[in-house]
Design a protein around this ligand. Structure first.
Ligand SMILES: Cc1cc2nc3c(=O)[nH]c(=O)nc-3n(C[C@H](O)[C@H](O)[C@H](O)COP(=O)(O)OP(=O)(O)OC[C@H]3O[C@@H](n4cnc5c(N)ncnc54)[C@H](O)[C@@H]3O)c2cc1C
Length: 262
């Protein structure tokens, strides 16, 4: 269980950011499900819940999701179910159970860049921008590679287009962490392939994407793209699966997923 000496209910994003930067032991509170699993002793806990950051809305050219939106709202959102082949909503549906999904937040998840995340790969397979209070806007891909540490994730923006997507996951049992997850998307032949829970952070399989760009989508090319993805990416061991096993299932999962968006 984590503890904190002071609690601060932020009155604005500027206020929250100022308090966060005052002490390296201050932290933002999301749904606190993950914080509760550790034993951090925080100086000041900064609560964003009065800042109206719990929303999913359509703007000109993109769908914006506020940092304090929980995963139950993601999985039941008509807007997300009806766009991108429903892949964003689908990506969170296997996470533990409804009670947990009612609590955990978008901002904490994306900012923490968890390697095991099911949500981040879906966002990476689409054109997603993160909005940070300090560092401003950047693509999700750039953010995942960046070393931004002390900041507040305010919202994410997903470009609204006709891109369709497919999400695949393999778990030892329902509600456990994924052994591997694969998300692909397709916008008129512009294909993105993401592999997550390797168990490292989700990445684009760029060689496999380049191959599909050259050859197009066909029964033969998706098989080859699966092979290329499994060879270009790094897979390592953890308590759930070996790197070798992950490499083997990656090949099949990429093929299956591409078959769905073909
Ligand atoms: C038991 C359990 C099982 C899980 N299983 C899965 C799973 O199978 N798949 C999966 O994808 N995920 C899983 N998760 C992770 C979950 O989906 C969330 O990603 C995670 O709990 C973080 O969300 P939170 O709201 O609880 O964050 P919190 O615990 O509130 O915060 C986590 C960290 O993020 C920081 N933070 C919070 N909000 C912000 C913000 N807006 N900007 C910047 N920093 C912020 C906090 O300071 C803290 O360091 C699991 C979590 C738990 C507790």
């Amino acid at each position: 269980m984590f503890t904190f000496s002071k609690y601060h209910l932020a009155t604005s994003l500027d206020d929250a950011y100022e308090v966060l930067l005052k002490n390296r032991n201050n932290a933002i509170l999301g749904g606190t499900a993950y914080l509760r699993m550790g034993n951090r002793n925080l100086a000041t806990a900064v609560d964003l819940s009065a800042l109206n950051l719990d929303y999913i809305r359509e703007e000109e050219g993109y769908i914006e999701i506020g940092a304090m939106t929980n995963f139950r709202s993601i999985e039941t959102s008509e807007l997300l179910l009806n766009n991108f082949g429903g892949v964003v909503a689908r990506s969170v549906m296997d996470i533990v159970g409804v009670q947990l999904r009612n609590v955990v937040t978008v901002g904490a998840t994306v900012f923490s860049r968890y390697g095991f995340s099911d949500f981040i790969p879906a966002l990476l397979a689409l054109n997603t921008v993160v909005v940070l209070q300090g560092a401003g806007e950047m693509t999700l891909e750039k953010f995942l590679e960046s070393d931004v540490k002390r900041d507040i994730l305010v919202a994410i923006r997903i470009e609204k287009n006709k891109r369709t997507g497919n999400y695949q996951t393999i778990r030892r049992s329902n509600s456990d962490y994924a052994l591997l997850n694969v998300v692909t998307s397709n916008l008129d032949g512009d294909v993105r392939i993401v592999v997550g829970a390797r168990p490292g952070r989700a990445v684009l399989a760029k060689e496999a994407m380049k191959y599909i760009e050259e050859k197009g989508l066909s029964a033969e090319s998706i098989e080859e793209a699966g092979r290329i993805a499994s060879e270009e990416l790094e897979f390592t061991d953890n308590m759930r699966a070996s790197g070798k096993y992950r490499e083997a299932i990656c090949k099949v999962m990429v093929k299956r997923s591409l078959g769905e968006v073909m």
